[in-house]
Write a protein that binds this ligand. Structure first.
Ligand SMILES: [Zn+2]
Length: 880
């Protein structure tokens, strides 16, 4: 699954904070009894889309392993109409346990060991948000019809197949599936496998039988139906299709090209060819508050903005994100679908690996995007969270469905990805790939735990990895490598290093020890690898005598702390560093400066050393850091001085890239341009503010004169600095938008205004009938970025209404996340009071995270910004 997050922070784009986690203490794992297991399901169902209900029947070939009177399956919101076991004359009694989501069939005598067939008839609910079998309604301007169209889909991860069919709904229990459905003729039916046969029925209906699935986990089963079109290409013998709602095929070409390139790459990398006859990538209208895409085997589901590229609306950043999400879900076809974690404890194996593989494959086809360089910013963000209260180890005990829901967080995805990256760096890419191929070969169609991966890689690697892997996956927190001293002698540099634990909250400061591979290098020289562990100094000798760089290439998951002299040497020759090291050192120094581990001056000195021709990704990172600092400065009398300095550093960069796309420039330059416009406008640059107004007038007169990137960045800035007439104009544009995607985009922009009054109006709009309930929560998230306190108060006051707009899986995350940008300790009281009335005690992890973040921001604001002020008083007006 691709959960929603942000990999790069910007006022213009950001809106979601790190996802929830659940540092559950190990309790009793809630699983089904293992006396009976399924081998094969034959499911036949008939949806009534208009009534939002469905009828189903299922025959399940089961195996009874030992004497038992009962068979327990998972089921939620399903009513069993009849139940029987072949060969048994008497029907079992049926009982439900809502708390643990099961239905139990009890017989009046023990069942014999061996094979049986269970038959159930039942009915259930079609939902209107993405869990179980669900409907998405959409207005389709391409068809010209005024009545909304309705499409059906399923979403089962992590534990919602039980809302569709009574089943053994655990990832470790695999079976094969035959699926049949009765539908209106003319709708396109979709499942994991191709349609095997279709019967025409009376009354304009069809009965569709899909081919038998391979052995797989229940959460990967998929069904979809709607007024769709499919564009296709045969690649390596596989029928690859992009499925869109009718009229959208023009936006599918980018995805088809990407999938067609990626499939042979993955076949090669994994060494096991994709095993299904077809692979569909399906674009659904609408959005979820929780996820963007889902890796159903052979039938990948995407909300359309994560799959389709619209030449008029999609920016360079959108194209990169779409490519990356396509690669992520396709990587899951092997890592997750073919080989699956035995239980949710090891979810990171799926998600960390797919995230890493998405970057690796994207980098292969688009090296100019520098996705690894970009990924350093996401790694920095997760390290901040991993250093605070409320973090947890990558491998974390999961007892039940609620905890599994919370496991889809940044630690699972981003730290997971960074750890895979670090291990690949350490063992080398060919040994790592040989290990992955071995793992696929040995475990296909099966289930694994994390140690199975380490064992497979260990067999191919020249260096042992088990201890290193255990240390980083089984304990929470961020290792730090400290440069204790550095000495040059005879053309070589001797470094003394040790390892501590980088933690920024009282609750996270337990000193931890990691066996940590670290690469060190002097400028321009090949790196030397060393294992650093614990506080005892370790000596390493490396070639050359320039500035010494820790974590050279930035492949490790760690913070690097330099001596003051070490950092000054780096600042003096900053322009000569690789972009990876430039960016990594910027992130480490701002983070250590905020934490009081280094003077803020060390970071600020670096920001003055940024040369003109720096990589755009590094500059975008700097922009993001200035925006974060600016958020902390909100309302302080010294904010104008900080903003003046930020403008002085960023403006020459903007002058260099200019307002308009230049022939031959890189995609990342276009992204940087948008970031600079957003930031300089935010920091009050008069020229950017005036030009934004002038360009908006031109845009209104002739929208076609703006490419997608220029349009998005212009509208973002327009919304931020909007006055009443401008805001009204944006609202009018939203009402008249030509497509669902554009309407959503424009309504959300209404929440981006700096103005307090317009923010109140945006929040009032949320309560009106004008804005669809699927868009409203995103407007609230927007207002929270600049106005966290006012937005939180609004959400608390109107919770009864807002909670009806939220998906069950995100309702508990929504309110605490709104407060994440606050620096006001009073916000913590509001959050605690709300949690007491609304969140069960075992579901408050998101509150813990938000409170830790607010407390830390308040502390940095009170204790570290004065240091920035003093530095600015001396250096702020000196041209960088
Ligand atoms: Zn995923």
């Amino acid at each position: 699954m691709k959960r929603l997050s942000i990999s790069r922070y910007s006022i213009a784009a950001s809106l979601l904070f790190a996802l929830a986690t659940n540092a559950a203490t190990a309790g009793q794992r809630v699983v089904l009894p293992d006396a009976v297991t399924p081998a094969h399901y034959r499911i036949d169902f008939t949806p009534n889309a208009a009534a939002l209900t469905f009828k189903g029947s299922v025959e399940i070939d089961v195996v009874v392993h030992r004497a038992t009177n009962s068979i327990a399956l998972n089921a939620v919101d399903l009513v069993i109409d009849s139940a029987s076991l072949a060969g048994e004359s008497k029907a079992p009694t049926v009982s439900y346990d809502k708390a643990i989501e099961t239905v139990t069939l009890t017989f009046d005598h023990p069942l014999t060991n061996g094979a049986h067939t269970l038959k159930l008839a039942y009915h259930g609910t079609i939902y209107q948000s993405a869990s179980g079998l669900f409907a998405l309604d959409y207005q389709d301007p391409n068809v010209g019809s005024k009545a909304p169209l309705r499409a059906l889909f399923t979403q089962f991860e992590n534990s919602d197949a039980r809302r569709f069919v009574p089943c053994w709904d655990e990832p470790g229990i695999k079976a094969t599936f035959d699926l049949s459905a009765t539908l209106p003729a003319g709708l396109m039916p979709l499942s994991n496998m191709p349609v095997a046969s279709t019967d025409a029925l009376a009354g304009g209906l069809q009965r569709v039988h899909f081919a038998r699935s391979p052995q797989m986990s229940s959460y990967l089963l998929f069904f979809g139906a709607g007024d769709f079109e499919r564009v296709r290409r045969v690649v390596d013998g596989v029928d690859v299709g992009i499925v869109v709602k009718r009229g959208d095929t023009a936006n599918a070409g980018y995805a088809l090209d990407a999938a067609s390139a990626l499939l042979p790459y993955f076949n090669e990398y994994f060494g096991t060819p994709y095993p299904l006859p077809k692979l569909d990538l399906i674009a659904a209208p609408g959005s979820s508050q929780f996820f963007g895409a889902m890796e159903n085997w052979g039938a990948i589901f995407y909300f359309e903005k994560y799959l389709l590229v619209d030449a008029r609306l999609s920016t360079q950043a959108d194209r990169q994100a779409v490519y990356n999400v396509i690669a992520h879900e396709m990587a899951h076809q092997w890592f997750g679908d073919l080989v699956t974690m035995a239980w949710w404890d090891d979810l990171w194996l799926n998600e960390g690996f797919a995230s890493w593989m998405a970057n690796k494959s994207t980098d292969h086809f688009h090296p100019e995007w520098k996705v690894w360089l970009q990924s350093l910013t996401a790694k920095h963000a997760v390290m901040q969270r991993d250093a605070r209260d409320g973090t947890h180890p990558i491998i974390t005990p999961i007892d039940d469905v609620a905890q599994a829901n919370n496991a889809f967080d940044d630690i699972t995805y981003t730290k997971g990805e960074a750890v895979i990256r670090a291990l690949e760096f350490y063992v080398g890419d060919s040994a790592f790939r040989a290990g992955v191929r071995r793992y696929m070969r040995d475990h296909k169609y099966g289930n694994t735990v994390t140690d199975d991966l380490w064992a497979a890689i260990g067999k191919e690697s020249a260096v042992p990895i088990e201890q290193i892997a255990h240390d980083i996956t089984r304990q929470a927190g961020v290792p730090m490598v400290n440069m204790l001293s550095s000495r040059c002698d005879g053309g070589k540099t001797t470094l003394s290093l040790n390892q501590t634990h980088f933690a920024i909250d009282a609750g996270s400061t337990t000193a931890r020890v990691w066996h940590l591979p670290v690469k060190v290098a002097t400028l321009g020289q090949a790196p030397t690898a060393i294992i650093v562990s614990g506080a005892a100094p370790a000596q390493v000798v490396t070639a050359g005598c320039g500035p010494a760089i820790l974590n050279a290439g930035q492949g490790g998951y760690l913070r690097s702390r330099y001596t003051h002299e070490g950092l000054a040497a780096i600042a003096a020759r900053y322009a000569e560093l690789s972009p990876d090291d430039q960016l990594g050192i910027l992130n480490d120094t701002v983070s250590l400066g905020n934490a009081g581990e280094l003077p803020m001056a060390d970071y600020l000195d670096l920001t003055r050393s940024i040369p003109a021709a720096t990589d755009p990704v590094v500059l975008s990172t700097l922009v993001g850091q200035f925006e974060q600092l600016d958020l902390l400065y909100r309302g302080l009398p010294t904010q104008p001085a900080f903003r003046a300095y930020a403008r002085r550093v960023l403006k020459p960069q903007f002058v260099r890239v200019g307002w308009d796309v230049r022939a031959g420039e890189s995609d990342n330059t276009a992204i940087l341009r948008a970031d600079l416009i957003a930031a300089l406008g935010e920091f009050g640059d008069p020229e950017v503010i005036a030009e934004t107004r002038a360009r908006f007038a031109r845009y209104l007169a002739k929208p076609a004169g703006f490419d997608a990137g220029a349009r998005r960045s212009l509208l973002g800035r327009v919304a931020a600095q909007a006055d009443q007439p401008t805001w009204d104009k944006l609202r009018q544009m939203a009402r008249a938008a030509a497509s669902e995607l554009e309407r959503r985009e424009l309504y959300e922009l209404l929440g981006s205004a700096e103005s307090d009054d317009l923010t109140r109006q945006a929040l009032a709009l949320v309560l009106s009938s004008e804005v669809p309930s699927t868009i409203a929560p995103n407007i609230i998230r927007r207002t929270a970025a600049r106005h966290p306190e006012a937005t939180l108060d609004f959400a608390v006051a109107h919770w009864d209404k807002l909670s009806t707009m939220l998906e069950a899986s995100s309702a508990q995350l929504f309110v605490p996340r709104l407060a994440g940008n606050s620096t006001n300790l009073k916000t913590i009281e509001t959050l605690n009071a709300f949690a007491t009335g609304h969140a069960p005690e075992n579901a408050r992890q998101e509150y813990v995270l938000a409170i830790a973040r607010i407390r830390y921001s308040a502390k940095v604001r009170a204790t570290r910004l004065p240091e920035v002020d003093r530095w600015l008083a001396v250096n702020g007006s000196v041209p960088p």
